[in-house]
Design a binder for this molecule. Sequence first.
Ligand SMILES: Nc1c(C(=O)O)ncn1[C@@H]1O[C@H](COP(=O)(O)O)[C@@H](O)[C@H]1O
Length: 165
Amino acid sequence: MSEQAKPLVGVIMGSSSDWDVMKNAVDVLKQFGVPFEAQVISAHRMPDEMFTYAQTARERGLRAIIAGAGGAAHLPGMVAAKTIVPVLGVPVPSKYLRGEDSLLSIVQMPKGVPVSTFAIGEAGAANAALTAVAILAATDEALAQKLLAFRREQTAAAQAMTLPV
Ligand SMILES: Nc1c(C(=O)O)ncn1[C@@H]1O[C@H](COP(=O)(O)O)[C@@H](O)[C@H]1O
């Protein structure tokens, strides 16, 4: 990982209260040594910053943006509206509707402005980061090999599973 190196992946979230979920994305990026940046950006509460973040993402070198938000989760879609950098949306569990509101807010984009939408919660955040790694791995053979090794380890762990019967 290197927050010092020029970030290739941006991890943004609507609130610091999303961190417990979104840190699962950051953990994966660290595991694969992908330079990233992480910050709170809210379409609702800081629309001007959101606008600038999305508009400058490509020229700053970002190759993917992982955007997590809960409830009326407009952040991923609004970021996608302002950049052609792939946006990977993570629905954060919400207090009253368990994140189903977040999921539906993110997934149902109009044709022409895609947001790749992941599962609600921690697994979704981790898988969004794995997808960002896969995007980078398309042009980075060393990273592709790391991803293949990760998959092999996962398979071996599943094959070694036993049941208490
Ligand atoms: N959905 C959004 C946006 C947005 O989409 O711009 N900004 C904040 N939020 C969400 O509001 C929830 C509650 O936030 P607080 O805990 O700060 O009140 C968070 O899950 C955040 O992602």
